[in-house]
Design a binder for this molecule. Structure first.
Ligand SMILES: CC(C)(COP(=O)(O)OP(=O)(O)OC[C@H]1O[C@@H](n2cnc3c(N)ncnc32)[C@H](O)[C@@H]1OP(=O)(O)O)[C@@H](O)C(=O)NCCC(=O)NCCS
Length: 189
């Protein structure tokens, strides 16, 4: 499966992406430690196991983990995922990461807009959640640019840090769809 924008595209990771994924995770190590709750598992899991696990989770329709690739040279520039998917209440949570050397170009916004369209249109979700540690200002900005609504603050039990919780409901998505479609196409809103 390919989700395409102007400068990037998303596709599921393959075994042959292991070295690039390893390099991308290594490059973002300090950002993960600061900003990504529960990120320690990223360092303990081998990337080939991560790719295999992503395939299994996809088979169970519990998680969709996409690599973000630059259209120009097909290099892996990050990843974006919809995880914790509950088929019962049709909800899922979005996560994203862009290689430190590639930030500031709008990649995370475009990739998140693409996966939000995928979640509501293809997976028929009712709700998508986005949670970020309280001082991850870039992640707040991405959530707000796309149109997520802040629900509140959750006291994190994983990192002793508060999380800012955002969500988007299917009804809100219907209103925001033109704007999200523009962002997914790589246009500034
Ligand atoms: C957070 C992260 C995904 C951003 O990726 P990116 O591709 O640079 O994001 P974008 O360029 O699409 O958008 C970032 C926005 O945040 C803004 N921003 C960046 N740093 C900021 C800061 N310190 N304060 C306020 N806004 C900030 C940018 O200006 C941009 O907004 P703009 O388009 O209005 O100018 C990337 O730094 C990363 O992978 N970090 C580590 C993992 C992580 O934190 N993931 C999020 C978990 S919820």
């Amino acid at each position: 499966m390919l989700l395409k924008s102007r400068d990037i595209y998303l596709r599921f990771l393959r075994k042959t992406d292991a070295a690039s994924l390893h390099a991308a995770i290594k490059e973002n190590r300090s950002e993960f430690e600061k900003y990504v709750f529960g990120s320690t598992h990223l360092h303990s899991l081998r990337v080939d196991q991560m790719i295999e696990r992503a395939k299994l989770q996809r088979g169970k329709r519990q998680e969709y983990f996409f690599g973000i690739f630059a259209a120009e040279d097909k290099q892996l520039v990050g990843y974006v995922n919809l995880y914790g998917i509950s088929q019962g209440i049709r909800s899922g949570e979005v996560g994203f990461s862009v290689r430190a050397s590639q930030t500031g170009k709008g990649i995370a916004t475009t990739a998140t807009a693409l996966i939000v369209l995928f979640g509501f249109k293809e997976l028929k979700l009712h709700k998508i959640v986005l949670r970020t540690v309280h001082n991850n200002f870039a992640a707040w900005r991405i959530a707000e640019k796309i149109g997520f609504v802040q629900d509140g603050i959750q006291c994190s039990r994983l990192r002793w840090e508060n999380l800012r919780c955002y969500s988007m409901l299917e009804t809100e998505f219907r209103q925001l769809k033109p704007k999200i479609t523009r962002l997914a196409a790589g246009k500034k809103d």
